[in-house]
Design a protein. Structure first.
Length: 461
């Protein structure tokens, strides 16, 4: 049976409920920043403005040592410290304010950078769940505690500015300044429940490597009528090498990389996955084995983009060069650096016709596995059980990557790391029409507040 929190839940829950209109207004302001950490797509001033907003929010909550940190990849992270009672443990709360590009804005039913409440009650906008909503969740939890007896632990907050790009700015800064983020427990607010209403902590993350592959065959494009049939087409060569990364059933095949892992935790029924992923009728899933195996225990390759002429305006040409960006998700138990070497070797080996191929690494992060037997998990289980009456905490994996997790685990091997958040399946993070459930935001904020209470009590016990 789930234990009761050491501070009554009702006042905390009532305070969070009363703060939800303010939370919506703040999330509206934060979502409005087009904070994609790629200057080729959006002005860097958008990220700087979002960082300044986050810093001001921390100052308004009496955080000390608030600073906007320039990290080695050119992004900015925001740090603040809220002292706790003497002898209390310290908890680090993490979120990121950078977001994925909106993709095709025309695919959104409402503007991607305008938080919009729709008829289903959800709040739509890029970053609403991933992970600007996670920062608002931290604020709500702390405000509820301040209004009901005070924050019982020391709190550090770090808001990253380039998590979605995977360029490692905060990781490298933390390695050079290891004292900055040291804490007894670390709450990563960038995951989410297995589905709305089912409280979940994420115990594993796949790592990631990202490369750009360029294929060159000619000094310049040629007329396909005069030269097609003998002149080697770089785009065709690229398509062929990319196809070599998948077996007939669609499963990932990188020479030398194991792809037979099995997931032992919470299972994901295929019919539920088809619904969550919005797979079209008659279209099969790729790969083999349980869905959990494919999502959380095995590598997965994705072609993220291809540089080639669009259909509209295309000319009858044999292409001299073509380029693609490829992501490879790496499950726990495999090394991302070794996976990068294997992926590079595979791309080079499978490029046809002696075409020249160049592989450039543009991002990398190691997979992560948490210790779910730690006292912090007991405290979180109690908190989630109270915030979601009648439900017990579930443990799941996540196919995505949060590279900072492994950096923190290496820097602070005695720290307990938990992953929670707002990115349940209906949130559609990274896709068009991303949204957050205000009910999830409210309950997860209550849960985080109760966790801090429970963890403080456990630390003093």
């Amino acid at each position: 049976m789930t234990a009761q929190p050491t501070r009554p839940i009702a006042p905390i829950a009532e305070t969070v409920a009363s703060l939800m209109p303010r939370a919506k207004a703040e999330l509206t302001e934060l979502v409005a920043f087009q904070s994609v950490a790629d200057p080729a797509q959006f002005p860097p001033s958008e990220c700087r403005a979002a960082a300044a907003w986050v810093a001001d929010a921390l100052r308004a909550e009496d955080f000390q040592d608030v600073s906007v940190i320039d990290t080695p990849d050119g992004s900015q992270a925001v740090y603040g410290y809220l002292p706790g009672p003497e002898g209390a443990p310290t908890v680090l709360l993490y979120a990121h304010y950078d977001v994925q590009p909106p993709l095709d804005p025309a695919g959104w039913d409402t503007p991607p950078f305008e938080l919009t409440e729709r008829e289903d009650g959800r709040w739509y906008g890029r970053g609403a769940a991933d992970c600007k909503g996670g920062f608002i969740m931290h604020l709500l939890a702390l405000r509820a505690l301040k209004a009901n007896g005070g924050v019982p632990v020391g709190v550090k907050v770090i808001a990253e500015g380039s998590e979605e790009q995977g360029t490692g700015g905060l990781e490298r800064y933390a390695e050079a300044h290891p004292e900055l983020l040291a804490a007894d427990a670390i709450v990563i607010g960038d995951a989410g429940n297995f589905r709305a209403g089912l409280p979940t902590v994420t115990a594993t993350l796949r790592g990631m490597t990202m490369v750009r592959v360029t294929v060159d065959t000619l000094q310049g494009n040629l007329h396909s009528g005069l030269f097609g049939g003998a002149a080697p087409d770089a785009l065709a060569a690229l398509i062929r090498v990319l196809d070599s990364l998948r077996a007939e059933d669609g499963s990932t095949t990188v020479d030398g990389l194991a792809a037979d892992g099995a997931w032992q935790g919470l299972q994901y029924p295929e019919k539920d996955f088809r619904k969550d992923a919005k797979v079209l009728d008659g279209v099969g899933l790729i790969g083999h084995g349980a869905v959990g195996d494919r999502l959380w225990a095995r590598p997965a390759v994705t072609v993220m983009g291809i540089d080639c002429p669009p259909v509209v305006g295309a000319t009858p040409s044999v292409h001299a060069t073509a380029r693609a960006q490829v992501s490879l998700r790496v499950p726990p138990g495999q090394d991302a650096a070794e996976a990068t070497k294997l992926l590079t070797a595979h791309l080079e080996a499978h490029t046809p016709w002696g075409a020249r191929v160049t592989v450039e690494q543009v991002g990398q992060g190691q997979p992560f596995r948490a210790d779910v037997t730690s006292p912090a998990y007991t405290s979180m289980a109690e908190a989630l059980g109270a915030a979601y009456p009648g439900q017990e905490m579930q443990i799941a994996g996540m196919g995505g990557s949060i590279p900072l997790c492994n950096t923190l685990a290496a820097l602070y091997p005695d720290s307990e790391i938990l992953l929670i958040g707002l990115s349940e399946p209906e949130a559609q993070i990274h896709a068009v029409n991303e949204s957050v459930s205000p009910d999830e935001l409210e309950r997860m904020s209550v849960a985080e507040a109760l966790f801090l209470v429970n963890y403080a009590a456990a630390g003093r016990g």
